[in-house]
Design a protein. Structure first.
Length: 291
């Protein structure tokens, strides 16, 4: 089941906190169900839109990352093959290198760690494995085997048209995330999207470091950011950073705890089947700030 936003005929905001003001000048014409135009009063209403990658932009986990990990294991002569269910449990650990290190350590009686007692060698091997896995994953993206989730292009376009800054904040490898943006988005859109991913921060979700970094680099306050996440740990990271968090559940996160999120949906939704719009996100965020 998804949360249905109340129909909005027109969003009119008479005042706006200084932290939400943007220097850009274009107003936004956005759409949501029912098919009535919704226009922000001015670009001072624009809030920075931050999106997770895996499970938000693309439902990558089961048929993308898991498949790529297994192919990397195969190429390296390892016996491990992660099932759909097993990989779901491993997603509680943020980051691909961290996930492999955890699993290899738990099975240290098997290769590769069985003949690799040195921690330095183990860390080096995991990095090498992750680079191989990333190359395999990027080929899947280039081949178009992992399409964008419904509504992703629409809501990013709405935010950009409103004069908002847009960025992707992910624990995944930066090259892989950038590849998704470059391949799946039109060039003029991709060029306006910043990517913060991988090891750019020392701690990964549920730690809020990636969201603090994004706000700092984009020159905005965390309170002026709205986030779309799909996982429990992702929503915790966004909320810990002091941002509004909207969840679109994915295949692996359907039953996770999202009680701290500001709203929960099954997806963003393409035009004509929208669950929420960028304008809806602003309205809910401002309502929450004044509640």
């Amino acid at each position: 089941m998804h949360t249905t936003s109340r129909p909005l005929a027109r969003t009119v905001i008479t005042t706006c906190p200084a932290s939400l003001r943007s220097p850009r000048s274009r107003a936004a014409r956005l759409s949501c169900r029912p098919r009535t135009a919704v226009r922000a009063q001015s670009t001072s209403d624009a809030m920075t839109l931050l999106l997770d990658c895996d499970g938000v932009l693309v439902d990558t986990e089961a048929q993308g990352h898991r498949v790529s990990f297994n192919e990397a294991f195969k190429q390296k002569g390892l016996e491990f093959r992660w099932t759909v269910e097993e990989y779901g449990h491993l997603l509680a650990i943020g980051g691909g290198k961290e996930r492999m290190a955890h699993y290899f350590t738990a099975h240290a009686y098997q290769e590769p760690f069985a003949s690799m007692p040195s921690m330095e060698d183990r860390v080096s091997f995991v990095k090498e494995m992750h680079m191989l896995k990333t190359d395999i994953f990027m080929k899947l993206i280039e081949e178009g085997r992992l399409p964008l989730r419904p509504g992703v292009k629409r809501i990013i376009n709405e935010a950009l048209e409103a004069g908002a800054k847009v960025a992707i904040c992910s624990t995944s490898n930066e090259k892989a995330v950038q590849k998704i943006v470059d391949v799946m988005m039109e060039p003029e859109v991709a060029s306006q999207i910043r990517v913060f991913a991988g090891d750019v921060v020392p701690h990964k979700k549920p730690d809020p470091a990636i969201y603090y970094l994004a706000a700092q680099e984009l020159g905005v306050k965390p309170s002026s950011c709205v986030v779309i996440e799909d996982s429990h740990i992702g929503s915790l990271a966004a909320k810990a950073a002091g941002m509004r968090c909207f969840v679109t559940k994915s295949e692996y996160t359907e039953d996770e705890d999202f009680t701290k999120a500001d709203a929960v949906y099954d997806c963003i939704g393409d035009e004509g089947d929208e669950r929420f719009s960028y304008s809806d996100m602003i309205k809910k965020s401002l309502q929450g700030a004044t509640a």
